[in-house]
Design a protein around this ligand. Sequence first.
Ligand code: FAD
Length: 342
Amino acid sequence: RSVSRKLLFGGSSFRCNRLASTLAFVETNKEGSIVPSSLNALNAARGFNNDLVVVILGSNASKAASKLKSSIKCENLKKILVSTDEQFDNYLPEKVGPLLVNLLKDKEFTHFVTASSAVGKNVLPRIGALLDLQPICDITKIVDSKTFVRPIYAGNVISTVECTQAQKLIGIRASAFDPIAEGSSDTAVIEDIATVEGDSSSLQIEWENANLTESERPELSSASKVVAGGRALKDKATFEKLLTPLADVLHAGIGATRAAVDSGFCDNSLQIGQTGRVVAPDLYIAIGISGAIQHLAGMKDSKVIVAINNDPDAPIFKVADFGLQGDIYEIVPELTKKLEKL
Ligand code: FAD
């Protein structure tokens, strides 16, 4: 696909065709592994059929770039730009923003793609403001190079937006795209890029620390199975006693409603919904969850939804593929036992 640009040259003008190209922002975790949602973002970015350039930042960037090159199959991946400057660890937008703006400002790239992760949602508006461009977030479908689908009003309305800006800054909802295929991209070149000094705002901000909840469980946003509990779980001990064995036997991630989080049954990083995580696993088991719209906004795109609830009129049954009406304290232990025997 090509984009026409009018150039003035020696007093006369002529049109030159410039190939469209995409810059994709790839995140790593502190061990240098690619964050799973970035693999979904790469698949979305690949869909534009443009030349693709990836940018990876932070002390582990070189290691991550080599790993990426040898682990994904992407014919249009031309370059992986790398800066190992440790100021980019933790992806503070004040630090990362100026470098990305520098890459985007000469308009070589027609598209900038990131996952709508916590980092992506933090970085995208800042570069949008600095470049005077409107970012488009939480995209669930790419119709063509300028038309995108995204949910609004907590997923109650699906809007299709057309972006007429020369450069499109987009954040994709990872759960709506498959990860990029595995393989290798041997022809891609890894290239170091120079650090860009930030503006005064970047000098005023320093990373202090992160207080993360460590878990052996699959990461909620990328888990293929999720077992989620609601207010019916009564307290923290009951939440853990009922949900953990089922999640263990299914190798599932554990999620919760806001009611469960607010009641202190579990950490708020487990909240699924409008103000929590958005998940779309192959299997979602909703245990003692009524199915409020704010919760559905975070899970209704799951492939198979199983709901266990004693209220036959609970709204969760309207989105469930399989509904078990009954007491969670009887059904869940019985289900767990049966699964353990398989
Ligand atoms: P309830 O609605 O109380 O449902 C409990 C269910 O358990 C009931 O259906 C009941 O029949 C069933 N039950 C009880 N005992 C048993 C039993 N023994 N066996 C079987 N079933 C039983 N919520 C979210 O989840 N995520 C969000 O991100 C979110 N964001 C919000 C944002 C805003 C601005 C607002 C206003 C609300 C938000 N909420 C969110 C809250 C949401 O509206 C609901 O209050 C919440 O999802 C309800 O959680 P619940 O299903 O666990 O609790």
